[in-house]
Design a binder for this molecule. Structure first.
Ligand code: SF4
Length: 124
């Protein structure tokens, strides 16, 4: 079976519209890209799209009720829900600094969950 995907490249502000032709799940042609980075992005999107997950988790004894976190690198889009469900049971004790690893190698995906803002300790 042949299918054509039209993907808007978001790697740079040019926003090229790239056509990816797939046959039986395999990429057989890529058209419309203006540089190799765009081609790579389109093929990734057409085969296994990746996303950075951003969310918040509770910060216990902190000056804020939650601390914002993100994955240290993009993870497969089809794993976002599973990771979000896992993080729903995670909390962290203040203090937290930017870049602190909250969960290492989340679900074995090779990405860590890291803090993106600090949370100071306000109680003992
Ligand atoms: S294909 Fe290249 S030039 Fe076009 S939007 Fe993507 S990165 Fe930018």
């Amino acid at each position: 079976m042949t299918e054509e995907l039209v993907i808007t490249c978001i790697v740079c502000p040019m926003g090229c519209r790239i056509r990816v032709l797939k046959k039986d799940g395999e990429v057989i042609a890529v058209k419309g890209y203006s540089c190799p980075r765009g081609r790579e992005y389109a093929v990734q999107e057409a085969t296994r799209p990746l996303r950075v997950l951003m969310t918040v988790i509770p910060c216990i004894n902190g000056d804020l009720p939650v601390v914002s976190v993100k994955t240290s690198k993009p993870i497969p889009r089809d794993k976002l829900l599973e990771v979000s469900r896992y993080l729903a049971s995670v909390s962290v004790e203040a203090p937290v600094e930017i870049g602190d690893v909250i969960v290492e190698n989340i679900l074995g995906l090779g990405a860590d969950i890291v803090a993106t803002r600090p949370c100071k300790r306000v109680k003992n």
